[in-house]
Ligand binder design. Structure first.
Ligand code: PXG
Ligand code: PLP
Length: 442
């Protein structure tokens, strides 16, 4: 039990919470005080099923002994080491282990502390790469409507979640592809079989801006935050072809899709398309420590190494205090071990069709406007209450919490990303409770 019991004396006022309705939360706090396997324990002593694997990051389940021990050992042995000009052995080991899981050709790993930092690092890398190649005019970045690339200035500029951008003023030079979410009511299972031609919209942006001004295109293989938007069959292939033909880097933001959620090590492997740069975070450490990565093709890395100048000078002036943090690297190594030992990818592949059948069974429940899924991820669009599109998802998530299930609500959707270690019975009970919550919401 937590040593800090909530009190009614303004104890909660000082913490300005992230992406939270602070006023509502502090009136009705939902405090989690422990976790093990696929369950949290709430402050009021209930077991809560973790229907989103934390925030898409704890697929192996909580309190895994091997990760806890690796982190404890590392914190005792080397709690911090400077990220610049010095290093520790774990980061090299982890980079090698990561490269072995990446699509072939992606073999140089830059460490960050989060998905947002990984995205901004990748965008800077893309611009600096073209400059290093003598094409300094290639600075424009292309994202996609409904894209989520974290919350730093680069990420919100290429991002396409309107609510995350509009109050912050001018960002950096970016344009956007149209999103690929099928019309409500489509109820596609897995990849939609129509919509690949939306990739050709990139040709319009190239005609408008000229490829000589465009550094990179960044997309999520499937979008998580926007409500789980799955790429149409052939869409990512077409984006790849166009980027290659026009000399534009393709960045896959795999902060959610990387390290198992798709039933493969990457969304790139699942969808059969290789980007030039790949970002990931979250599941690499099973959420236990903050860690992000940017993995680049060797030619991109080598371009910086070959710039010339004295070799004690920096090739890429970029990095974070917590880049390759030793405790995060220890968590990463232990998580990779467990992802392998648990045969997590095979487990996701086995569960995915059952999860798909279960979640699509919600079609016909009250307010269910669409269902989209891939691997162990699903988004359910909720028909809007008049004038209040975000209200029903909130009410449904609160009804689920009262029943002992944590699900994510955002915009007009409910999102599910069960732990890889879930049983079929747990998934069935999650979906059955959710159906009930939809049907009993006004
Ligand atoms: N890119 C992508 C594709 C993401 O999904 C980020 C970047 C940013 O990562 P950090 O570590 O800076 O948060 C993300 C994060 C949700 C949800 O419920 C999604 C994210 C974070 C929190 C909630 O959809 N994605
Ligand atoms: N702001 C100040 C004043 C700093 O000194 C630093 C790092 O030294 C930063 C921001 C960046 O912090 P981080 O490296 O954790 O991203």
């Amino acid at each position: 039990m937590s040593a800090f019991a909530p009190r009614a004396d303004g104890w909660m006022d000082a913490h300005w919470m992230a992406f939270t309705g602070n006023r509502e939360f502090k009136a009705n706090p939902r405090l989690l005080v422990a976790a093990e396997g696929a369950y949290y324990r709430s402050e009021d002593g209930r077991r809560i099923y973790d229907g989103l694997s934390g925030l898409w990051c704890t697929g192996l389940g909580h309190s895994r002994r091997e990760i806890v021990e690796a982190v404890s050992r590392q914190v005792r042995e080397l709690d911090y080491s400077p990220a610049f000009q010095f290093a520790h052995p774990l980061s090299f080991e982890l980079a090698n282990r990561i490269v072995a899981k990446m699509p072939s050709g992606l073999n140089r790993v830059f460490f960050t502390g989060s998905g947002s930092e990984s995205v901004d690092t990748a965008l800077k890398m893309a611009r600096a790469y073209w400059r290093a190649k003598g094409q300094a005019g290639k600075t424009r970045l292309i994202g996609r409507a409904k894209g989520y690339h974290g919350v730093n200035f680069g990420g919100i500029s290429v991002g396409g979640m309107v609510g995350n951008r509009k109050i912050f003023g001018q960002g950096i030079e970016a344009d956007h592809l149209p999103h690929t979410q099928p019309p409500l009511g489509s109820f596609f299972k897995g990849m939609p079989d129509q919509g690949a031609e939306l990739a050709d919209e990139l040709l319009q942006l190239i005609a408008l801006h000229d490829a000589s001004t465009i550094a990179a295109v960044i997309v999520e293989p499937f979008s998580g935050s926007a409500g789980v938007v799955i790429p149409p069959v052939g869409y990512l292939q077409r984006l790849r072809e166009i980027c290659t033909a026009h000399g534009i880097l393709l960045i896959f933001d795999e902060v959610i899709t990387g390290f198992g959620r798709c039933g493969e090590w990457t969304g790139s492997a699942a969808f059969g398309v290789t980007p030039d740069i790949l970002t990931a975070a979250k599941q690499i450490t099973n959420g236990v420590q903050p860690l992000g990565i940017v993995v680049a093709r060797q030619e991109i890395h080598d371009c910086f190494m070959n710039l010339g100048g004295p070799d004690y000078m920096l090739e890429f002036p970029h990095g974070y205090t917590y880049s390759a943090h030793p405790v995060a690297c220890a968590a990463g190594l232990a998580s990779l071990d467990l992802l392998e030992r648990d045969e997590a990818l095979a487990r996701v592949k086995t569960l995915a069709p059952k999860f798909e059948a279960a979640v699509h069974g919600l079609k016909g429940a009250r307010h269910v406007a669409d269902i989209r899924n891939y691997g162990l991820a699903a988004g359910i669009s909720v028909a809007a209450a008049p004038g209040e599109s975000a209200k029903r998802p909130f009410e449904i998530a609160m009804s689920m919490y009262a029943k002992g299930y944590y699900v994510r609500y955002g915009g007009d959707t409910i999102q599910l990303a069960p732990p890889f270690i879930s049983t079929e019975a747990e998934i069935d009970s999650l979906i059955s409770a959710l159906g009930d919550s939809f049907n009993t919401t006004a």
